[in-house]
Design a protein around this ligand. Structure first.
Ligand SMILES: Nc1nc2c(ncn2[C@@H]2O[C@H](COP(=O)(O)OP(=O)(O)OP(=O)(O)O)[C@@H](O)[C@H]2O)c(=O)[nH]1
Ligand SMILES: [Mg+2]
Length: 225
């Protein structure tokens, strides 16, 4: 029985990986740079994406996939900024998967998109095994989850390509030590870039947006080669 369940799990991941590869090829064909923003509930994923949109939308054509269990609140926040947004509701699932993204891509004008920002469902466990076809896997946590949050959820930090510790402006108020959080991330993944951000500190947001811009430039070079 246990072996049967394990095999079923492997099959699901394998099928998802295959579809993620297909999504990736589709995105590459159009020269689109795709960012998967994973992270804890309420850590500031939507806020970080909103800030990126505000500062990049005059220079790049942006689309958003807003993953949520049922609601469309985040999707409407992105739409307010004037970017095409596809809500991807997962129902009972605690993560987006490549199939949901494949479907959402059908609703996006890929010919006229440079950057795809994907907000995953707020969760630090489920999204780990489900690639979407993205080029950059980001994980965001905030100090208000407590500074032991990282070591409790090692896998998402081990597999992330960029880690963000957000709401550092609140660190004192919640007795959290952002430097400890930074060290915890590096103890799990010594090579991952770690950003300490606050929505009240433009310079910290600039580093986040700079990361996206580097990816955008690389995607452009890839398309012209
Ligand atoms: N003080 C402070 N508040 C922040 C910061 N970033 C986000 N917030 C606030 O935290 C709350 C949650 O932010 P969201 O961006 O909605 O978080 P989220 O991760 O998208 O939340 P879910 O999608 O519900 O998981 C909002 O009230 C934000 O204004 C920050 O850097 N500092
Ligand atoms: Mg959100």
């Amino acid at each position: 029985m246990l072996m049967h369940v394990i095999h079923m799990g492997h099959d699901v991941f394998k099928a998802n990986d295959k579809l993620a590869e297909k999504n990736r090829k589709n995105l590459d064909k159009h020269g689109i740079f795709a960012v998967n923003v994973m992270g804890a509930i309420g850590s500031g994923k939507t806020t970080l994406i909103e800030e990126a949109i505000k500062h990049l939308k005059d220079r790049y054509r942006i689309a958003v996939i807003a993953g949520d269990v049922i609601a469309e609140m985040d999707a409407s926040r992105f739409r307010k900024l004037g970017v095409p947004t596809v809500p991807a509701n997962t129902g009972k699932e605690c993560h987006l998967d490549a199939k949901l993204v494949e479907n959402a891509l059908k609703e996006i004008d890929l010919e006229n998109t440079d950057l795809l920002l994907i907000e995953n469902v707020g969760n630090l466990i489920c999204p780990v095994d489900f690639k979407l076809g993205e080029h950059l896997r980001v994980v965001a946590v905030s100090v208000s989850e407590g500074d032991d949050i990282i070591l409790k959820h090692p896998m998402i930090f081990k597999t992330a390509e960029l880690a963000i510790i957000n709401k550092v402006d609140l660190a004192g108020a919640v007795d959290a030590d952002p430097e400890k959080m930074h060290e915890d991330i590096l103890s799990l993944n010594p090579d991952v870039p770690v950003l300490l951000t606050s929505k009240h500190d433009w310079e910290s947001l600039e580093t986040w947006i700079g990361f996206i811009e580097i990816g955008l430039m690389k995607a452009k070079e890839g398309k012209s080669n």
